[in-house]
Design a protein around this ligand. Structure first.
Ligand code: GLY
Length: 280
């Protein structure tokens, strides 16, 4: 394979939404086919999914209980390092801001600092809320009022945790991973998930790239993306590595993983997960 890309729409996203990741992979594939870099391709795939309001990232992100959408995003390149933002508000494409953080001496900017940085980079004010995300919030708040709250943190199945992500390999053999999310509902104020924690939600190195989706706390506990990357370094194919990663979880825990290396791609999830792979 000369180049490749895999994109997903989040653990729990129905396969009927596969056209979303397929469009994201196609956009990334156009860049890769034209000689573009893996990091630009993985970023572009996430940008397409952030702009698709059916997914929990960018436009359509989950609105937290205080009525605000707080978004996390991260980008990692096998040679140029990584960048991330967490708790970012009122910005259309958090993944593009994370990409700009990668160009600074820092790795992670949060909350007001991330927002200031985004504005200084020219990303304007944007309300990511949609009719659908607002009605989801209303239903969630009503459930809480009526005592239908999940047995936090034991019954994670009820949480909204889908995230978008992509991994890519370019024609020069460089790897990249990127992810973006509106996080979970419900969540305590200040909560940051796996995506902004490098090695947990995403990882890219000289031998491949991995992106995870699902319950952030579960992903962080196992440093999942780095763990799956190590499986590939030990000789597993991407599919074997993601299957092994998924086997670390009980089936009731919502987690998905995608991976790529020079030998191919892998996709696995404990739940339904809209995803697409494109290779040349
Ligand atoms: N996986 C996204 C999150 O838990 O925030």
């Amino acid at each position: 394979m000369k180049w490749g890309v895999v994109a997903h729409g989040g653990a729990g996203s129905p396969s009927s939404l596969s056209d979303g990741p397929a469009a994201a992979a196609a956009a990334a594939g156009r860049l890769l086919g034209g000689g573009g870099g893996a990091v630009d391709a993985a970023t572009e795939a996430n940008r397409v999914l952030e702009d698709d309001e059916r997914f929990n990232a960018g436009t359509g992100s989950v609105i937290r209980m205080d009525g605000v959408a707080y978004m996390d995003a991260a980008v990692m390149d096998s040679e140029e390092g990584c960048g991330a933002v967490a708790y970012l508000t009122r910005t259309r494409n958090p993944v593009l801001v994370a990409r700009r953080v990668m160009e600074t001496p820092h790795i992670l900017l949060v909350a007001d600092g991330a927002l200031d940085f985004a504005r200084k980079c020219g990303f304007g004010d944007y309300d990511p809320q949609t009719e659908r995300s607002r009605s989801r919030l209303e239903k969630g708040l009503l459930d809480f009022k009526n005592g239908k709250r999940p047995e936090w943190p034991r019954n994670w199945k009820h949480y909204e945790v889908d995230t978008v992500g992509a991994v890519a390999m370019d024609a020069r053999g460089r790897f990249a991973a990127a992810g973006s999310t509106g996080g979970t509902f419900p969540a305590l104020r200040g909560r940051v998930g796996d995506i902004a924690m490098i090695g947990c939600g995403i990882y890219a190195g000289r031998n491949g790239a991995v992106a995870a989706t699902g319950i952030g706390e579960e992903i962080i506990r196992k440093v999942l993306s780095l763990t799956v990357y190590r499986f590939m370094e030990e000789g597993m194919s991407p599919q074997e590595a993601v299957d092994r990663g998924i086997s670390l979880y009980d089936r009731s825990v919502s987690v998905g993983i995608i991976a790529i290396n020079r030998d191919g791609t892998g996709i696995a999830s404990t739940t339904e997960m809209a995803a697409a792979a494109l290779t040349d």
